[in-house]
Design a protein around this ligand. Structure first.
Ligand code: PLP
Length: 225
């Protein structure tokens, strides 16, 4: 992919995010995380040179390879994929800026145990399966508030920073909106308990997500395709 194209994509994304956030409020700041699973290290570095600082990877192995190849850059790495139990120690060693896909209480307990053993801590988001889709990970909306509280109480090495969701997988905009509104309501209820990040919105639905209150979008294909 040539540099010109990457710059054009970047400009378009920044402008669209800017417009969407201003429709909410002048004070509503939205962070863009580039989901780099479609990108090689060269494209990531080019995007970094254009000013992008936060990148998200779905697989621990990819995060490891790309972050090590780009060690010379102060990139903020996010983990946004399903975490298998046998990869927990590897992820801890990579020390991501934010683990966005903590998708169950059981995983939290396991992660906390390994964090204790490694004398480490991790900032995480609780992933919510906001449209209750079988193919998706995450806690169901009605369990999310309690699960969040239980993780705060029982997992001292996990710092919960908020919630993450993937919008409903459908062309029906109202259903996608509903899944974002559901997630935002949970986020609002959790704000008194320290939630600061509401991560929702991808290439096809980030403007809608911002309109529903998202303050972190994860954009992949729009950057790299
Ligand atoms: C791939 C991915 C994204 C980005 O998706 P696009 O539709 O390519 O923008 C966002 N979040 C997660 C969890 C992903 O796996």
């Amino acid at each position: 992919m040539d540099k010109m194209r990457l710059r054009e994509n970047f400009d378009e994304i920044v402008q669209r995010v800017e417009k969407a956030r201003l429709r909410v409020s002048e004070y509503h700041i939205v962070k863009i995380v580039a989901a780099s699973k479609y990108a090689g290290t060269q494209e990531i570095e080019e995007l970094y040179d254009l000013g992008q600082r936060a990148f998200g990877e779905n697989r621990v192995q990819d995060l490891k390879e790309k972050s090590q190849a780009l060690e010379h850059l102060p990139i903020e790495w996010h983990f946004i994929g399903r975490l298998q139990k046998n990869k927990i120690n590897h992820l801890i060693d990579l020390n991501p800026f934010l683990m966005q896909s903590l998708d169950s209480y059981e995983l939290a307990l396991e992660l906390d145990k390994r964090l204790i053993a490694k004398e480490s801590v991790m900032d995480c988001l609780l992933q919510i399966n906001s449209a209750k889709e079988e193919t998706k990970a995450g806690v169901y909306p009605e369990e999310a508030f309690d699960t969040y509280q239980r993780i705060i109480a029982d997992c001292k090495k996990i710092n919960l920073k908020g919630v993450m969701t993937i919008g409903a997988h459908t062309d029906n905009e109202e259903e996608i909106r509903k899944s974002f509104e559901t997630t935002y309501k949970i986020y609002e209820a959790l704000q008194p308990h320290g939630a600061k990040i509401c991560s929702m919105g991808m290439s096809h639905d980030f403007e809608l997500a911002i309109e529903c209150g998202s303050n972190m979008v994860r954009i992949g294909s729009l950057f790299f395709k």
